[in-house]
Design a protein around this ligand. Structure first.
Ligand code: AHR
Length: 499
């Protein structure tokens, strides 16, 4: 049995949690849209063709915002193709498929309303530029009386769509991106786009592209140059990060959040450096708007491309997640919460079918993958103020990391007096006893212990066995002030305190 301890004090606040950290992402990619969220003719489809079974799961997940329409897709996308009666089919060079545009801008905003989530819309700064970016803001958010706003009204939306959060392109540092740019080229384009977009609607916020990966050769330099140019006009800088376990080294895989923590702190540091240099009063915070595990489906995708060139709604990036992936997702959420002072938006990429917590079968059912549960728990109980957890834990080393704490944790206190500790025991063989020192919360009542555990790290959920990996309620018990965390487990410890 391992022993760890955690001190929490209500005065040790990191920051208020921005609820947009429980966001996700829908791209026109694979079966995310078509046969994912949208499938007219499906027995569970509503009058718009939106799958109600999928909407139910998304509402359970409590997704706070959804980034759309890409991703790499957006860098070749004409937003005008996705509105009105005449929707052209186009080649999507990003994913080598054919996009029908049957589902577009208005459908997305309507779907967000039904899903109880906020839209986060990306503009194309790859093959297009500031002109088209400010035009789509005018189309969406200007009340009326101009060609574009009246066109929206004609297309059925009398009131402005009121989209408040906008991404200035996607992964513009990547050679795989249509219209990829150098840092200087992107910085000028993003700065002008953001400026014009805000001249149309000053109430919006914009997210500039950071590096698409912390291992990009331009990482660091890119962030500095982009922020140096855009600091006064953008609100957030994006980070993207995916992890995988292709060699089957689970200990190393579960230590990956040390890399994520370093990535976040480095970008936050660069932003602070630019702020200092400019003597600015504003703070550009971070949008971790793509994060997840992604590696299971890579080989299948290569095969699919060969078999069905330029197909539509191909089953691309359909990672089937296992139990250890859910542990890493829990650790990523812990890392995000511990960086709540700088990370204000975060999107699990993606939401349905494509590297997603929710899977569907065309014409069939919808079910939750293993990674669904940590996000659902964090979104439900992780709203309020993130507290600084002082953790003392045994540590271990892996191939890529040293000093990896066996027990990691984050804590959030709500205005209603709730106190929730999210914690993972990374040890694959031994349970851990976590001693809780709640200090100012000494009257706290332990009211719930939810745990995600499984005897098989590779266990998955399927349509036929959808709850193979699912959380269980354990008795909220302490022994000498300690809570037992099962080996390899994600835990949600809930306390009631005096508000
Ligand atoms: O989420 C899948 C892809 O990953 C996105 O389109 C792109 O932005 C990233 O490389």
């Amino acid at each position: 049995m391992k022993h760890a301890s955690l001190i929490l004090d209500k005065d040790f606040a990191i920051s208020k949690v921005d609820e947009r950290i429980y966001g996700s992402f829908i791209e026109h990619l694979g079966r995310a849209v078509y046969t994912g969220i949208y499938e007219p003719g499906h027995p569970a489809a509503d009058e718009n063709g939106f799958r109600k079974d999928v909407l139910d799961l998304i509402r359970q997940l409590g997704v706070s915002c959804v980034r759309y329409p890409g991703g790499n897709f957006v860098s070749g996308f004409n937003w005008e193709d996705s509105v009105g009666d005449k929707r052209p089919a186009r080649l999507d060079l990003a994913w080598k498929t054919t996009e029908t545009n049957a589902f577009g801008l208005h459908e997305f905003v309507r779907w967000c309303e039904k899903a109880g989530t906020l839209p986060m819309y990306a503009v194309n700064l790859g093959t297009r530029g500031p002109k088209e970016a400010k035009e789509v803001v005018e189309y969406c958010n200007h009340a009326s009386g101009t060609r574009l706003s009246d066109m929206r009204i004609q297309n059925g939306a009398k009131d402005p769509l009121n989209i408040k959060l906008w991404c200035l392109g996607n992964e513009m540092d990547g050679p795989w991106q249509m219209g990829a740019k150098t840092a200087q080229e992107y910085a000028r384009t993003a700065c002008e786009a953001s400026k014009l977009m805000k001249w149309v609607d000053p109430s919006i916020e914009t997210v500039a592209c950071g590096s698409s990966h912390s291992h990009m050769p331009t990482f660091g330099d890119w962030e500095y140059k982009v922020l140096d140019e855009c600091y006064d006009t953008v609100d957030y800088m994006s980070l993207h990060r995916y992890y995988g376990n292709p060699t089957g080294d689970t200990k190393d895989f579960l230590a990956s959040t040390l890399d994520l923590d370093g990535f976040i702190k480095t970008v936050a540091g660069i932003s602070r450096a630019v702020k200092g240099k400019k003597h600015s009063n504003r703070t550009v915070n971070l949008s971790l708007d793509e994060w997840n595990v992604w590696y299971h489906s890579n080989q299948d995708d290569q095969k699919l491309y060969k078999e069905q060139p330029w197909g539509s709604a191909l089953p691309l990036l359909q990672d089937v997640y296992n139990f250890e992936d859910a542990l890493l997702v829990g650790l990523i959420l812990i890392t995000i919460l511990k960086n709540a002072d700088t990370v204000k938006i975060a999107c699990m990429a993606q939401l349905v079918n494509v590297i997603a917590p929710i899977m569907t079968r065309a014409g069939g059912g919808a079910w939750a993958q293993t990674i669904f549960y940590p996000l659902m728990h964090a979104s439900k109980y992780g709203r309020g103020t993130s507290l600084m957890p002082l953790i003392s834990s045994p540590a271990f080393s892996t191939k890529s990391f040293t000093d990896v704490p066996t027990v990691d944790a984050a804590a959030v206190t709500g205005e209603d007096g709730s106190l929730t500790v999210f914690t993972v025991n990374r040890d694959l063989e031994e349970d851990a006893l976590l001693k809780l020192d709640l200090r100012a919360y000494d009257t706290a009542k332990f009211v719930g212990h939810t745990a995600l555990t499984h005897g098989d790290l590779k266990a998955v959920n399927t349509e036929d066995d959808p709850f193979n990996v699912a959380p269980a309620e354990l008795a909220p018990e302490t022994c000498d002030g300690c809570v037992k965390l099962p080996k390899a487990s994600w835990n949600v410890l809930r306390f009631e305190t005096k508000a």
